[in-house]
Design a protein around this ligand. Structure first.
Ligand SMILES: [Zn+2]
Length: 283
């Protein structure tokens, strides 16, 4: 029963995240009521939507993805973000329990990780739309990471574990706080170096600040997995887009979505992939 309630609650939150990420204008705070307030309307005919057109996921499918009046196609982003948000609320506590979090630590740790992943979701949409990563979202992710560090220091036995399984244990510095400081400094310096090398053409300052925040959130060595996997995916998709003539060699891809997707991948699958990789190497 609890997963169902969490999923439905996550879908409702996802509907709010759609509004936040689609109305963000780059000039105001991401939650500024002057920007995100006001009734929702059809982006095509501007008609104000009735309550039954605002039911997350369901309205989209009942209306077959079109506005009831003008029949304009609605973005598939609406139900997609709502479903991803619902999944975040279900999968985060499930995964944390699987790596050893229990007791009172589990709900608190889950809330912090859910908050961080929701911020990553909003960040990814805004980066695709506008090519910027709002500072307040990176700060929110970093603050969630610092709170997780405090929690792990208070109750180390209740929440063991790296998201990289045996690889994480092999390279761990053994202390949640030291691991976070090292990870944040390492991620920051690595991205700062990339900014200097690419002269801000590939990687921007928004990515640098996000990488620092992810360092605090994931700690060492997990953040190395997050950044490494993001670069592998970014390179693969870049090659596909260039081959398909959708991008040129000089064009840039927003990197925030790759970092967000990679963070989710390492969080969910880092440990089994690390075990598979070590087995392949003969360990
Ligand atoms: Zn319309």
């Amino acid at each position: 029963m609890i997963p169902v309630i969490l999923f439905v609650f996550g879908i409702v939150i996802g509907s709010f995240l759609n509004v936040v990420s689609l109305r963000y204008d780059g000039d105001h705070f991401v939650l500024d009521p002057r920007v995100i307030g006001g009734r929702s309307h059809c982006p095509s005919c501007r008609r104000t939507l009735r309550w039954f057109e605002l039911v997350p996921v369901a309205s989209f499918f009942i209306q077959r993805g079109r506005c009831r009046t003008c029949k304009a196609r609605l973005s598939f982003q609406y139900p997609l973000v709502e479903l991803i948000s619902g999944l975040i609320f279900v999968l985060v506590p499930w995964r944390l329990a699987a790596i050893g979090a229990f007791g009172w630590v589990l709900p608190v740790l889950s809330a912090l990780w859910i908050f961080a992943f929701l911020a990553l979701l909003v960040m990814a949409i805004i980066d695709v739309r506008l090519g910027i990563i709002p500072d307040e979202l990176s700060i929110a992710i970093g603050v969630a990471g610092a709170a997780i560090g405090i929690l792990l220091a208070l109750a180390p036995a209740a929440a063991s574990g790296s998201f990289l399984g045996p690889l994480g244990d092999a390279f761990s510095v053994g202390n949640a706080w030291a691991g976070r400081v090292i990870a944040a400094a390492g991620a920051f310096l690595f991205f700062e170096f990339l900014v200097l090398v690419t002269r801000e053409k590939g990687i921007g300052m928004g990515d640098v600040k996000l990488a620092l925040a992810l360092g605090i959130l994931f700690g060492w060595p997990d953040v190395a997995g997050v950044i490494g996997f993001a670069f592998v995916c970014g390179a693969l998709i870049g090659v596909f887009l260039i081959a398909g003539k959708r991008k040129t060699m000089g064009g840039t891809l927003p990197f925030g979505p790759f970092l967000a997707a990679s963070a989710a991948f390492i969080f969910l699958f880092g440990a089994p992939v690390a075990r598979w990789y070590l087995g392949l190497m003969g360990f």
